[in-house]
Design a protein. Structure first.
Length: 469
């Protein structure tokens, strides 16, 4: 195996430049492709077995045209019998290196995870569960756009033969640590939220600060402990609540899909008055007919996805002098654990109920194109609480506007959050009362009911036109 790393394989049409990194079962090399001339990353299997690589290549081929998934250029087997995959090269610095040095801003973290949520949702709709979403598996392209990589332990939904494959413990959901025999899309929802937490904190959600975690102690924390509070004064409570819901111990209590999580994060963007981030999804063709005629140049276009022209910002660049310390385009190292290794001890700590196996549709999906979900189409926070009733506003004698509403139910136990507009900057307030007083003017309010278990309702709205003093 060592000779495989030291002596990169000869691949026709490619010139080897250097080794980029190595992982559990493969080495990633930087090659220069001769025609067309470009730098590419080539992942080479360390051993002669190619079954795992063939599976990874086939899974990537289903979804790699997505703008937030690492592009796959090809695959093959060398003359020596080593399987390889040819992929897009993403130069340093990479996202996790940047976030560990300096956690991302709220805006950058939201933008990144919203874009990746579209990639994960697309994979799920193709019947693929990634099973290893983590910060190190989100690379930054040359244009600094985040892309999801490393489908090495991904599985086809409904495939129960996954239990012996390794996974990354710090970002794995509890049910994967107990028994990963039946992977479910909700596991990716958890890992996506855990990744968001890490980008905002610079560490894994349950990781210790300043010391290395024992893998079994870390696993027990993930299974039994509540999600540690996100220590970010600038993080809105709504964002913390979204992460808590997405990282619920029970898979069935999380957001029902990666898309639902992405929409909840879009709602956070909107509440912070941030530029909206779009979600790209594979959409079935509107009809079954093929394009006919050559009077439209659309047939010569390479991509078939639409995107709203919204300005995007790259995550903050790392200090230039530190780039040399990073391993480029590495095959990310995992903290490996064989699910079930925790065994009875883990199950005694906490049991995960309501687990449902996601089955793959028995028919092929028709050809599709990418559609974009805009932020104004986004659903609010997970709808597990009833909404306030009878919201109305009136001008009072002192010139302010008083809004009132009724509890969602007679046995309601919880509080309310309302968002008031003052100019163009909305702000959230929390109250246990069923009323709020706002300054006069074009006064609008949005109210959300929040149960004691932190589940939120759909918002209700009301506006009052009142003269300013």
């Amino acid at each position: 195996m060592a000779s495989q790393i030291d002596s990169p394989p000869h691949i026709a049409g490619l010139k080897h430049l250097r080794v980029l990194g190595s992982g559990g079962y493969s080495t990633v090399h930087l090659y220069e492709q001769q025609v067309p001339r470009r730098e590419i990353a080539v992942k080479v299997m360390r051993g002669p077995s190619s079954d795992l690589f063939q599976s990874e290549a086939e899974l990537m081929a289903r979804v790699s045209s997505h703008p937030a998934i690492l592009s796959l250029f090809g695959a093959g087997v060398t003359e020596d019998g080593f399987a390889y995959i040819v992929m897009e090269y993403c130069p340093p610095p990479q996202l996790w290196t940047v976030a560990r040095r300096r956690p991302l801003s709220i805006a950058d973290a939201l933008r990144t995870i919203i874009q990746i949520s579209g990639a994960v949702e697309t994979a799920h709709r193709a019947g693929i569960i990634h099973r290893d979403i983590k910060p190190a598996n989100i690379l930054l392209t040359a244009y600094r756009r985040p892309v999801l990589a490393d489908f090495g332990i991904s599985s086809v939904a409904g495939d129960a033969n996954q239990a012996t494959r390794g996974l990354s413990v710090p970002w794995a959901p509890p049910e994967q640590l107990i028994d990963a025999a039946n992977p479910h899309p909700s596991a990716d929802v958890y890992s996506l939220a855990a990744t968001c937490y890490s980008l905002l904190s610079g560490r894994s959600p349950f990781g210790s600060v300043g010391q290395k975690d024992d893998i079994f102690q870390l696993s027990r924390k993930i299974i039994s402990d509540p999600v540690p509070p996100l220590q970010r004064p600038d993080a809105p409570e709504a964002l913390k609540r979204v992460l808590e819901v997405a990282m619920d111990k029970s898979p069935m209590q999380r957001y029902p899909s990666a898309l639902a999580l992405g929409r909840a994060l879009q709602e956070i963007e909107s509440s912070l008055n941030l530029p909206p981030t779009t979600i790209d999804l594979l959409q079935d063709s509107l009809d079954g007919s093929e394009d006919v005629g050559d009077d439209d140049d659309s047939g010569t276009r390479i991509a078939v996805f639409s995107r709203v022209t919204t300005p995007t910002q790259a995550p903050p660049a790392a200090p230039e002098e530190d780039d040399s310390e990073e391993t480029e385009e590495e095959a990310p190292r995992r903290s490996f654990v064989v699910p079930g290794l925790i065994g009875a001890a883990a199950i005694a700590v906490a049991s995960v109920g309501g687990y449902v196996v996601w089955s793959t549709p028995g028919e092929e999906r028709p050809p599709g194109s990418f559609a974009t979900i805009q932020a104004d189409q986004a659903a609010p926070l997970k709808e597990t609480a009833p909404a306030p009733q009878g919201l109305a506003g009136e001008l009072t004698a002192d010139g302010t506007v008083r809004f009132t509403w009724s509890a969602p139910a007679a046995d309601w136990a919880g509080e309310y959050q309302y968002r008031q507009w003052r100019g163009a900057v909305p702000t959230w307030e929390t109250t246990a009362d069923t009323s709020a007083v706002l300054p006069a003017g074009q006064t609008c309010i949005e109210v959300v009911a929040v149960r004691d278990d932190r589940r939120a309702s759909n918002p209700v709205h009301a506006c009052v036109d009142a003269p300013t003093p």
